[in-house]
Write a protein that binds this ligand. Sequence first.
Ligand code: SAH
Length: 241
Amino acid sequence: MSAKIRLYVEQPLGQGQSVPLTREQAHYLFGVMRQSVGAQIALFNGRDGEWLAEVSEAGKRGGVLSCLQQTKPLQLPPDLWFLFAPIKKARTDFIVEKAAEMGAARILPMQTEYTNSERIRQDRLQAHAVEAAEQCGGTFVPEVAELQKLDRVLDSWPQDRQLMFCNEAEVGSALRLAAQEKGQPWAILIGPEGGFSDQERARLTALPFSHVVSLGPRILRADTAAVAALTMWQQALGDWF
Ligand code: SAH
């Protein structure tokens, strides 16, 4: 049995568990999607897998769903952080959505020397990650962190986490991810539209956990580079097969 509508909720899910809806969720399910008592909805909360639930109360400002049975176990993505420098709003939204779909476990917006934006709306970006998980059938939602300075993040970097540094200065070079053991903690780093500064590039190249890679013979826009890098990593080291 499977339901067409998938909804992310924060409450625990389990056998016989009832799940009260927020006003927005009730508006979406009953107002927009025209569901009513008895309708079946798929629920996930990022922790308990996916559950088939039935609408037991439906109102304008709220409602209740009751869990019937688990339809998918929790499926965690690989231990992959995705670091990127926020760009224009719509393109940043795109990057977060794609990173969530492609199976990043954490999404970390970075302020680099040439990052244009000094602020992000973390709550909005997190909502995009939730929406992406709802759409792509995921049972996990990556956390979107607050904007942090790249230098600071590197200062306290966990030494066992490898870093795939996508360096536009290597455009056209043959630098690819060398064969690695799967199942290690990793991160991908994509720069802003202005690229990395010489100083950042020097530091990033010298780090012992850094793997410098080229994304081919063309300079890609940051949003394209994000998808290309995630594809490359997933295929080599991720959960695609
Ligand atoms: N303005 C810069 C390009 C920035 S592209 C310039 O002209 O040099 C934005 C980001 O995408 C880069 O910082 C890098 O992380 C990634 N990127 C784009 N094309 C790439 C390539 N061919 N190889 C490696 N990284 C690339």
